[in-house]
Ligand binder design. Sequence first.
Ligand code: NDP
Length: 449
Amino acid sequence: MNEYINKVLTEVEKKNINEPEYLQAVREVLCSVEHLVEKHPEYEKLAILERMVEPERIISFRVPWVNDNGEVIVNRGYRIQFSSLIGPYKGGLRFHPTVNQSIMKFLGFEQIFTNALTGLPIGGGKGGSDFDPKGKSDNEIMRFCQSFMTELYRHIGQDVDVPAGDIGVGGREIGYLFGQYKRIKDAYEGGVLTGKSVCYGGSLGRTEATGYGLIFYTREMLKAHNESLTGKTVTISGSGNVAIYACEKAQEYGANVVAMSDSNGCIYDKNGIDITLIKQIKEVERGRIKDYLKVHPDAEYMIREDEDSPIWNIKADIALPCATQNEVTLNSAKKLVNNGLLAIAEGANMPCKQEATDYFLEHGVLVGPAKAANAGGVATSAIEMSQNSMRYYYNFNEVIEKLDCIMVNIFNACKDNAEKYGCSGNYVAGANLAAFEKLAEAMKCQGVV
Ligand code: NDP
């Protein structure tokens, strides 16, 4: 490996020894930009790599709140302001018990590349808390969100840092967060959060954007290899925001989506997933995916017993991991390949372990990397910000057309950069190269800051 990259990696490993997810994300990027770094000897002199892997700011704070039993609970909140090179920090908030600094940093790091690929003026950030929203009442969720925002508000702003949703943070949570921000600031700053409900300044199409964008990217990737979604068997992990709208759009393109999951297990319905029912279970009742069998007793339910989700044992042409990081292990990758997998496109952030990605690429599977394939969400958030600034709103079709166009451009950037640097068809490397070069050039322009 290139000496400069090796030196930076060794230093990052030393400094972040207890942050495995963060190290995984950094390794993946740095190992794929070797040719670019060799072409630019000035990167070393300007410490471009060292600056790229060090967040501008890490904020960690206490979030005390009172549950319905009157008990005081203390959670930890984070905001990683990773890079403001090309725009205000931008990235979601995750509420999940597994949240820690390593996960926040890996997500913030990935976000700067995703955002660069959109071509829109947004920097990268991420935040969240180890708060577990599962089983909490609406009032508990509201009190938690209000306490979280009571600290976060001083670090964000529509030109500074613009959070949005992620795992465990959807329209309900964004509403409570926005209400508290507005109350503290005594001003309506519409662009401070995205993923808002349409009734108070959100964008049409934002809810659908990440899932739809994933399918637009997949469509382009397949098209480049004379394939299409029509008639393909698809499995989608997760049953949250990204998974639901990926399923909806894949079905519109004539794919047969046969399985979805949650953290407890997966359902297999060979007749095709009833997405209206999934929406009812997950978006309205906030239930478990197992409840699907109450309406469709012919479907099968498989419990998840270890780190390998049973969903990846199901034969599929296309796999769309849309739940969480590292959900596709090498073992799962082998099963998918044995079953004839044609393509995998990542809706979730870093859902494949590095060994799994390598295995897919070695076996000729098309891989749509998360940084590119799930960029539709943040791209539409940027469209939401621009509508908030203009004080003028697009209709649904206008937003989806812009999203489609952005996803086509992103795929083309991945394809062109892969070809330019001699790894044609490797869209993982193509995405990293395209985004890295843009960010490095911006760094060069702005001096040592
Ligand atoms: P949601 O909270 O709406 O849904 C998450 C889904 O993933 C749920 O079905 C959940 O199951 C499952 N899940 C979460 N954690 C785990 C886990 N540790 N093991 C197994 N399953 C798990 O989140 P989103 O759909 O918004 O996000 C999903 C992924 O997409 C994340 O990686 C996120 O970073 C990424 N993403 C999201 C964007 C967005 O716009 N929302 C934009 C770009 C990327 P359960 O209910 O059982 O917890």
